[in-house]
Design a protein around this ligand. Structure first.
Ligand code: IMP
Length: 200
């Protein structure tokens, strides 16, 4: 069993990623409840840059293979925003509810449909090797929040081809189609390939 730190303290994301990687010979640790974790400043201008910053900072602190990820919502009518600012859209320590209210306020000036996508970049770093992957899911932002599953903007996000928001889908269903599932399934394959090549 190999250990990887998932460089996140976000409960919703940790649960989803734990679920996606669960079947493999990988034990996933996270930053939840780790007081010694260094502060990560997401100073990148792309999701991939931020994912790599997270992986590198946490690797340097613990010297254990790390997966960093960065994700967010990109809305067409907002020029791709809130993008890398998704978590802090309504302010530095904004709650999901505050971010959702801010999003609805910004979109009130535009006609529907509010086409949008969730994007996730994931990066693995073990001190030598970098592996990266990215996933996207298309959909639109609706006017009224629906559902209690998931986190973040899920109550407002209707994936293309679905009548339920990602907060109304079960975790199993969301994990079949989500940006995070696409990125992490791809990254998982790359990691397992890398490990098997190194064992030869
Ligand atoms: P991160 O923790 O820096 O990756 O920020 C991710 C932010 O983007 C979250 O706080 C949410 O606001 C938003 N986000 C990313 N993925 C999702 C998702 O699957 N559902 C809902 N919101 C998401």
């Amino acid at each position: 069993m190999r250990e990887i730190i998932f460089a996140s303290g976000n409960k919703g994301k940790i649960e989803e990623v734990g679920h996606i990687l669960r079947s493999e010979n990988i034990k996933i640790l996270s930053l939840l409840g780790i007081d010694a974790a260094p502060e990560i400043i997401e100073s990148g201008s792309t999701f991939e840059e931020n994912a790599k910053i997270k992986a590198e900072v946490i690797y340097n602190a613990f010297r254990v293979p790390v997966i960093g990820d960065d994700s967010g919502l990109s809305v067409e009518q907002l020029g791709g925003g809130p993008g890398v600012y998704s978590a802090r859209y309504a302010g530095e320590h904004a709650t999901d509810e505050e971010n959702n209210i801010k999003l609805l306020g910004e979109l009130a000036a535009y006609p529907e449909p509010h086409n949008a996508k969730f994007i996730c970049a994931a990066a693995y770093f073990d001190g030598i090797k970098w592996l990266t992957a990215q996933g996207e899911i298309n959909g639109r932002i609706i006017k009224v929040q629906r559902g209690n599953n998931g986190f973040g903007y899920d109550p407002l996000f209707l994936p293309d081809g679905y009548t339920l928001t990602t907060a109304e889908l079960s975790m199993e269903e969301k994990n079949k189609i989500s940006h995070r599932a696409l990125a992490f399934n791809q990254l998982k394959k790359l990691i397992l390939k890398h490990w098997s090549e190194n064992e030869k």
